[in-house]
Design a protein around this ligand. Structure first.
Ligand code: URP
Ligand code: ZN
Ligand code: ZN
Length: 468
């Protein structure tokens, strides 16, 4: 007898939508076809709904000390929030210390992530470091961590890598089949603008976006592209926001270079006008939110394949953390100083609903493209396909069932991320996950969580160049 049968739904992959039933046993997908006469411990009628491979969130920051803040979550609470957003596997980064071993931090992160209710994986994070640390790369990759983030900004925070370190990391990555993930912002441009803004006292929220204009991102994006070209390695650029960057990626692809591109749901759905409001500090993230026209360019980039991934870059904070280092005037009103606000936004739980509502239902994307962007491409690019990222016999039974007609009013009160504000408060959307299954267990049904703390497993990943 099967554990679960999902009947009458449409099974979605990046390239197809088929009407068929799904049979699940012992945490795996064991059958796809006609199963209406069979019996199972649980039968789910998915008529009219879409059955997607569980979401893979490969870009988030939880329990990651940054700019004096750490957020209100641990990996269990974030796994609950993820599950409500149709995510069945997430990946976070090591909390690498200056001069410290990245390999050792993978072990530390593994311990912290053990309480997750969904499967998890880890990316390394490299700071400016010695050759000895870079030489850990083969060992890191062998351990199942083939991806590592490198920051081209945040010098003040001690996180930035200089070009010399970056190119050495690229070289090792190429040699041992790793994939560097780049945060592309020019520290020189941002720092110069910040210094000038500080001198002139122009520190309003809106000056944050002006200090990091599209050029700030594009300079770093093209430099990363050239450094990668110099050693001949593929790279992945995270949280990309501008058409200029997409143009660089298109040209690089035309010239045979591999630059994978990720954007975030916030860059598609909310805009820099938020910085004009009193609560603009709550929207401070890097790169900054851009203009509505920029978002339309990103939607086109998703649709034409220039962008292969949507990662939420979730950094959930409470209002208190966003305001922790700000002063107030004599009336108790915040004195705007963007340099004192921690960077980062929530997005883990809303990534899929926003893509369904603003992407599929507004005809900017197909459901197959959303499947690719949130699951299949991630599994292929990050090295866990076909265990993850597809509904096929033998794959993990990680599934999200989606109702494209479900209406939802977004509110901090109904999200599960422990924050006390939501930038999308009151936004009405259509399309949402209605059930999440992780390793064959129903973990969200009828808006209730049934997952188990610690049930998630550490998933080792190995890149397969033939897939990407
Ligand atoms: O504003 C952001 N994105 N904060 C998190 C760290 C990062 O750059 O990804
Ligand atoms: Zn980043
Ligand atoms: Zn990030």
């Amino acid at each position: 007898m099967f554990d679960i049968l999902i009947l009458n739904g449409f099974i979605v992959s990046a390239n197809s939508t088929i009407e068929a039933d799904v049979a699940i046993k012992d945490g795996k997908i064991v059958g796809i076809g006609e199963y209406k006469q069979e019996s199972a411990k649980k039968i789910i009628n998915a008529a009219g709904n879409y059955i997607l491979p569980g979401g893979i969130e490969a870009h988030m920051h939880c329990l990651a000390p940054f700019q004096g803040c750490i957020g209100p979550n641990d990996f269990y609470t974030q796994s609950i929030s993820a599950a409500f957003g149709g995510v069945t596997m997430f990946m976070d980064f090591t909390n690498t210390k200056p001069g410290g071993s990245v390999f050792k931090e993978i072990g530390e992160r593994e311990k912290e992530m053990k309480i997750s209710a969904i499967d998890y994986s880890i990316h390394g994070k490299f700071l400016n470091c010695s050759q000895e640390i870079i030489d850990e790369i083969p060992k890191i990759i062998e351990y199942g961590v083939p991806t590592f983030k490198v920051f081209m900004t945040y010098k003040k925070e001690g996180v930035m890598c200089d070009d010399e370190t970056i190119i050495k990391i690229f070289k090792k990555a190429k040699e041992f089949n790793g994939l560097p993930m780049l945060h592309c912002e020019s520290d020189a441009i941002a720092s110069l603008n910040n210094e000038e803004n500080i001198k002139k006292g122009e520190l309003k929220w809106k000056n944050f976006a002006l200090a990091k204009p599209p050029l700030c991102e594009e300079e770093a994006f093209s430099r990363a592209g050239y450094l990668a070209k110099a050693v001949g390695t593929p790279i992945l650029v995270v949280h990309t926001t501008t058409e200029g960057c997409l143009e660089i990626a298109r040209l690089a692809k035309k010239n045979g270079q591999k630059i994978f591109v990720e954007t975030g749901p916030h860059y598609l759905t909310i805009f820099d006008d938020l910085y004009d409001g009193e609560d603009g500090h709550l929207a401070i993230c890097s790169p900054p939110l851009r203009k509505r026209e920029d978002a339309e360019n990103l939607w086109r980039g998703l649709s034409d394949g220039t962008i292969q991934l949507v990662g939420s870059d979730d950094c959930t904070y409470k209002r208190e953390e966003k305001e922790r280092f700000l002063k107030k005037d004599e009336n108790g009103k915040l004195i705007q100083d963007y340099t004192k606000v921690v960077n980062g936004l929530s997005g883990l739980e809303l990534r899929l609903p926003l893509l369904l509502s603003e992407g599929v239902n507004k005809k900017r994307l197909t459901i197959n493209q959303v499947c690719a962007l949130t699951s299949e491409n991630a599994a292929k690019i990050y090295g866990c396909f076909p265990q993850k990222g597809i509904i096929q016999i033998g794959s993990d039974a990680d599934i999200t069932i989606v109702d494209l007609k479900k209406k939802m009013k977004i509110s901090k009160d109904t999200l599960h991320n422990n924050s006390d504000f939501c930038l999308y408060e009151g936004m009405e959307i259509t399309g949402a996950p209605v059930m999440t299954i992780a390793s064959g267990d129903i973990i969200v049904e009828d808006n209730k969580f049934y997952g188990t703390k610690g049930k998630g497993r550490f998933i080792k990943r190995y890149l397969d160049k033939n897939l990407i």
